[in-house]
Ligand binder design. Sequence first.
Ligand code: PGA
Length: 269
Amino acid sequence: MAARSRDFVAKPNPRNGRCRLISGNWKMNLNHLEAISLVQKLHYSLRESDYHFAEISVHPPFTALRSIQLLLETDRIPISLGAQNCYFEESGAYTGEISSSMLGKLGVKYVIVGHSERRDLFGESNEIVAKKVNAVLGLEMTPIVCVGESMSQREGAETESVIQAQVDAVVTAMRPELCEQIVFAYEPKWAIGSGVPAEPADAVFGANAIRSAVAKHHGEPVANSVRVQYGGSVNSANAKEFLDQAEIDGLLVGGASLTAEAFTTIIQA
Ligand code: PGA
């Protein structure tokens, strides 16, 4: 990737030393032409101070990655490139799959792993998620590992145990220096795409549950290094209250990242 101006690097949050990350998960939306147009508009509306506040990543469908890579490099746009998924094997007879090394070659920096839509619609178990996380880390990219409970699990007071099992599966056998690079996204399933976001206190509860699961295996310093985003019906009206929490290091935004106006207002919240 072309060298970035130092001026556009996110500054650590003085409250905890971690750099915020605000990510747009476009899901199965936007062809490569629409994707180019959105990134151009987004960069046009963002200010230098926005890039200081948080690192910004966009996660287009696979078909737009090459176009967005070229756009970001050619125009020196300081937005990071992300993918929404990958397969854990390096290459071979896996029709329809994309490996982490293919993503690495495209300048991808962040890969969303274990999104609840992948877990629920495509049968991704905790074990598969763990393999994918290792594949991403092995290529020196950063996984954004999504965890979160369903409404019935929440009603059954299982939130903490669900998060713990999801985090355990990923971090148990991992070296601490790799673990601290992970970004987790606490995304309660009931909040995704529902228009009903979690309360900030719920998001903090989820972030604390993630960090205590990490601490159990790797200790407090590693737990305090991992970054935790909140995701689920984030919009311009509620973004600030999540970003105001010291435990929350950014946002994973779905629907509201599909227009430059909406995503910019969230970043500037
Ligand atoms: P949403 O999606 O912002 O549309 O609720 C978030 C996500 O699924 O990552």
